[in-house]
Design a protein around this ligand. Structure first.
Ligand SMILES: Cc1ncc(COP(=O)(O)O)c(C=O)c1O
Length: 360
């Protein structure tokens, strides 16, 4: 399918890199693609801007929506690359299947990503910033019947973001959440669908009002094993291993993070075992007290690798290590950060270079 290009004749000015607010700045172009009559139609790059939708569109009532979050980076020589975009494309299509939506042909998806990154390369900030990329699909059929939409809009918007660690890295203080759950077996926890995030807003707001930085989600059935942290995966570091909750096909409640997968590879290359078994909260806390648990961190595209200092559970605080950032967590964050920035020789296959000729 040929992608039609309609250039933005009135592009916004490039923002000041030092004053970027996450999710508030957009690049001049977006990609759009429509599904109707059982087929994708009219792939196009158009000026970024609002589009019309019926107030009866299915997505607005029954939340038939999925998205992705990924990044492109610019090196000092001006070249642009994405980090493991194939993983996001594959996860998007897994989410699509679960939410009863059509999948997007990976080749077309990748081409659209490449064109946007190349056309809007001026909006990719240098290190430590990046271009955040948000592919999205919504069911836009105007109909209030509770059934899958018969039409869909797939679109990709992008925008520059700064570093997550503006005021420096601060170890997190987490609440083990026993009242609310994020996902349940048989549900949609492994899918990146908006409802998962809407349902998490209240518990996270309450925890933050109580003075915590974020929530540790526990499993829905027993509230005894650790699943995720906010919208990040969570890992526990021991002398000889790093432990994290399993993802599909072993568990359908965890979002399979691209950062988590990359960290798992790096951990094994550092000669530690990568153990994908549900971490039992009581054991984690006992290990924090005994000192067997050395470090804990959360990982995801936004904050890369973030140290966890303290966990609050059963009315008590449990400090991990000395409550600061551990050496292993720091090393992982620096390693992943260097790979993202294109400054590392390890895993060159994780970088997808955007060819400069794409917009010709
Ligand atoms: C619920 C949830 N878990 C984990 C992650 C981390 O995934 P990734 O490393 O692909 O950003 C995310 C972010 O996308 C998320 O929303």
């Amino acid at each position: 399918m040929d992608i039609r290009i309609d250039r933005n004749s009135n592009p916004p000015t490039v923002p000041d890199w030092d004053s970027l607010v996450f999710g508030k700045h957009y690049a001049p172009h977006m990609f759009m693609l429509n599904w109707r009559d059982g087929e994708w139609h009219d792939p196009r790059v158009v000026p970024y801007g609002p589009f019309e939708m019926s107030p009866a569109a299915k997505v607005l009532h029954y939340a038939q929506e999925i998205f992705e979050g990924m990044k492109a980076y610019k090196k000092a020589d001006g070249s642009v690359h994405m980090f493991r975009p194939d993983q996001n494309v594959a996860r998007f299509n897994r989410s699509a299947e679960r939410m009863c939506m059509p999948t997007v042909p990976p080749g077309l998806f990748m081409e659209a990503l490449e064109i946007l990154c190349a056309m809007d390369s001026d909006f990719v900030p240098p290190k430590p910033g990046s271009l955040y990329i948000r592919p999205t699909m919504i069911g836009d059929e105007p109909s209030l019947g509770v059934a899958s939409s018969s039409t869909f809009l797939f679109y990709i918007i992008t925008g520059p973001v700064g570093t997550y660690f503006k005021g420096g890295v601060k170890p997190l203080y987490l609440k083990a959440e026993t009242e609310y759950v994020r996902s349940a077996p048989g549900g949609v926890g492994f899918a990146k669908t908006g409802g998962n995030y809407a349902a998490a807003l209240l518990p996270i707001k309450r925890a933050q009002q109580e003075g915590f930085d974020q929530i540790i989600w526990l499993d829905a059935m027993t509230r005894s094993t650790v699943e995720e942290m906010g919208a990040m995966n969570i890992c526990f570091v021991y002398e000889d291993r790093v432990v994290t909750a399993p993802t599909m096909p072993d568990s359908d409640t965890i979002l399979a993070g691209v950062t988590r997968d990359s960290v798992g590879t790096l951990v094994q290359e550092m000669d530690l075992a990568w153990v994908q078994e549900p971490p039992v909260l009581a054991q984690v806390l006992a290990d924090a007290e005994s000192g067997a648990l050395k470090e804990a961190f959360a990982c995801g595209t936004a904050a890369i690798v973030t140290p966890i200092g303290k966990i609050h559970a059963g009315g008590k605080d449990f400090t991990i290590g000395d409550g600061g950032e551990g050496a292993f967590t720091l090393k992982l964050r620096e390693t992943v950060g260097a790979i993202h920035a294109g400054e590392s020789a390890v895993h060159p296959e994780w970088l997808h270079h955007v060819s400069r000729g794409t917009t010709a």
